[in-house]
Design a protein around this ligand. Structure first.
Ligand code: PEP
Ligand code: MN
Length: 342
């Protein structure tokens, strides 16, 4: 629980509060949360409430553990209007951000073909993993550092930004030094040591919701990054687990709309991982935009049948081009200004 102190609470008021907390045997620490003084209760009785603090006038607000995404909450800040994507590029929220590319970087030739298509379709970001989180240890794990170099060159040739996944704190420096943006995958959403490290850095982080995580858990994961001082966090809905084996995950459209009422961080959707099959991707992409997604992360491969990972959900270059054209109409149809940049 966090006790947010009134501005100008004064040393005396704080002293009294701390004395009171100690008398209850509460374990706490004081912290600055974005310029505000706060007392973080680490261990307190289950019946602890505002009444227990009667007389402590310096407390402005008690923040319940389920709402401790204090820094990420919309109460704290209006939604981003312009978001620095890195390399001096800005994203005007309200313009659909398109990040596309293969699941994994596989080689120079195939990435080149995809990069050309991403650029031609108005995409701004070339995605592609070189450190891949694979369910089986026997599946292709990515090209590692070699893949990062191929990715960098392809992005630069086409004036695109490079977005790639960082799996582990051990790889962070390698990825940070070369990429423009870092992706934290679904399986890593609660890799707290990694999130803490990303919070100390300046480059944007694309944080994907864990497929078994709640919206609140996603915001609390973002909170770890924000708490370190890095405010460049983009949230990504990529589908949550349902009951059905087919149609890989359930794209949580309601969460896209809801998150916009909860946080100032931009929200994009990944219809590829939700769909699991490429023929469903365009439909989910459009639905996500209608629901208010501010951008899309999509998998594209020149030859999906021979892709080394996530082939079935990858669109061909042609399918992607067609979708990008159709999305222009969807953007016009949806009231893009709603919720963006208010
Ligand atoms: C990916 O983007 O290729 C990926 C592994 O995504 P997720 O973490 O959402 O499964
Ligand atoms: Mn993938």
């Amino acid at each position: 629980m966090i006790l947010l102190l009134k501005t100008g609470a004064g040393a005396k008021g704080k002293e009294l509060l701390e004395k009171k907390l100690r008398s209850f045997g509460i374990v706490f620490r004081t912290e600055k949360l974005r310029g505000r003084e706060a007392v973080v209760l680490e261990c307190y009785p289950s019946d602890f409430s505002r009444d227990s603090l009667s007389g402590s006038t310096c407390v402005e607000k008690m923040i319940d553990p389920s709402e401790e995404y204090f820094l990420a909450s919309l109460e704290r800040k209006p939604r981003w209007r312009r978001f620095g994507l890195g390399a001096g590029r800005t994203w005007k929220i309200g313009e659909l951000l398109i990040a596309a590319g293969p699941c994994a970087v596989e080689g120079e030739k195939s990435l080149e073909e995809t990069a050309q298509a991403v650029k031609a379709a108005g995409g701004r970001i070339l995605r592609g993993g070189s450190f891949k989180p694979r369910t089986s240890p026997y599946s292709f794990q990515g090209l590692g550092e070699e893949g990062l170099k191929i990715h960098r060159k392809a992005a630069d040739r086409h004036g695109l930004l490079m977005l790639t996944e960082v799996l582990d704190r051990l790889d962070l420096k390698k990825v940070y030094d070369i990429a423009d943006m870092m992706q934290v995958g679904s399986r890593n959403m609660q890799n707290f040591p990694l999130l803490r490290e990303l919070g100390k850095l300046e480059k944007p982080v694309l944080l994907k919701r864990g497929f078994g995580s709640t919206r609140e858990e996603l915001l609390l994961a973002a909170e770890y990054i924000l708490k370190g001082g890095n405010e460049k966090v983009i949230l990504c809905e990529r589908g949550v687990r349902g009951f059905n084996p087919a149609g890989k995950h359930i794209l949580d459209l309601a969460s896209i709309a809801l998150l916009k009422e909860m946080t100032w961080l931009p929200i994009i959707a990944d219809p590829s991982h939700a769909a699991g099959e490429s023929r469903f991707v365009p439909m989910l992409a459009k639905a996500a935009v209608i629901a208010g997604a501010e951008g899309l992360l999509m998998e594209v491969h020149p030859a999906p049948k021979s892709a080394l990972s996530d082939g079935p959900q990858a669109m061909t270059v042609g399918e992607f081009r067609k979708l990008a054209r159709e999305l222009k109409d969807i953007v016009r149809l949806s009231s893009r200004k709603d919720g963006a940049g208010k």
